[in-house]
Design a binder for this molecule. Structure first.
Ligand code: G
Ligand code: G
Ligand code: MN
Ligand code: NA
Length: 253
């Protein structure tokens, strides 16, 4: 797909879908939150995955526009969930360029206040697709989110651009260990040790630890042993529409 088409989709009214992937407590099996994942419903090509349009969105500087659109959807989603009595926190993905921008942060906070939602129902997930240039600026806007009550999560922990310096500079509540380690831990003692040590570091710092890409329920005991209290992955729930998520939430109560 061309840049022009992607730009038209991001700035237009149609085409953007937001699915929700549950995050599960590996001790209890309960859904504790969900991650909002963008899809593009293309008129000819069908469903286009983020890997095929997010890099172009970021390159064209349309990341803030995408963020605002996803924020609006997520706030609507949370209002619906609340009406049905099944609200859980939802995480919105965003790169550092978006989250470093005061206007993006203010947009999100304004929407949360206008909807009269508790800020604790909205999380931001810092994606690690680009190196972080201005750490101080990012730190300041993440602190603003944290002060308002929105938790910050670090995506793709272990395979992105996060340095130990970044980890000690920004406010975090959660790290999501990249699926690379989860996929390899069974055949690689090294991958398991790296995962375990990363989880220990995060736990010592008081952050929730989420294993990503959990594809086999048989891996859950090892993940728990490695210090991952939470998990996300096809074995626990695929990215799904809101109705399906609410059905699962209703039946787990
Ligand atoms: O949806 P999928 O499971 O294929 O996600 C692939 C990647 O795309 C994820 O790493 C996620 O961070 C990113 N992604 C999904 N939705 C969004 C979004 O709304 N905004 C941004 N910036 N990234 C997203
Ligand atoms: O934000 P992040 O980059 O982590 O986005 C998660 C990506 O991983 C999305 O593309 C999502 O569809 C995908 N995903 C979610 N669960 C699984 C899984 O169990 N296995 C694999 N291979 N991919 C998954
Ligand atoms: Mn993510
Ligand atoms: Na990830």
């Amino acid at each position: 797909v061309s840049d022009e088409e992607i730009a038209a989709m991001i700035s237009g009214k149609d085409g953007l879908r937001v699915l929700l992937q549950p995050q599960v407590d590996l001790m209890t099996g309960r859904i504790v939150s969900a991650e909002a994942l963008a899809r593009w419903q293309h008129p000819r090509l069908g469903v286009v995955m983020p890997a095929e349009f997010i890099p172009a969105v970021n390159r064209m500087g349309l990341d803030k526009m995408l963020f605002e659109r996803v924020c609006v959807r997520v706030i609507d989603t949370l209002l619906t969930m609340r009406r049905m009595g099944v609200a859980v926190p939802i995480a919105i993905n965003a790169p550092a360029t978006t989250l470093s921008d005061q206007r993006s942060v203010d947009f999100l906070l304004d929407r949360i206040y206008a909807a009269e939602l508790p800020a604790s129902l909205v999380r931001v997930e810092l994606t690690e697709d680009q190196p972080i240039k201005e750490l101080e600026v990012l730190r300041a806007s993440l602190l603003k989110l944290e002060d308002a009550g929105c938790e910050v999560s670090l995506d793709d922990f272990g395979s992105g651009h996060a340095s130990l310096k970044l980890l000690s500079a920004i406010p975090l509540s959660e790290v999501k260990i990249d699926q690379y380690f989860v996929a390899r831990m069974r055949r690689s003692a090294v991958a398991f040790e790296v995962l375990r040590t990363a989880a220990e570091l995060a736990t010592r710092l008081g952050w929730r630890v989420v294993a990503e890409g959990v594809e086999n329920v048989a891996d859950i005991p090892a993940l728990r042993a490695a210090g991952c209290r939470y998990g996300q992955g096809f074995a626990l729930g695929r990215p799904m529409p809101l109705d399906e998520l609410m059905l699962r939430l209703r039946t787990q109560r």
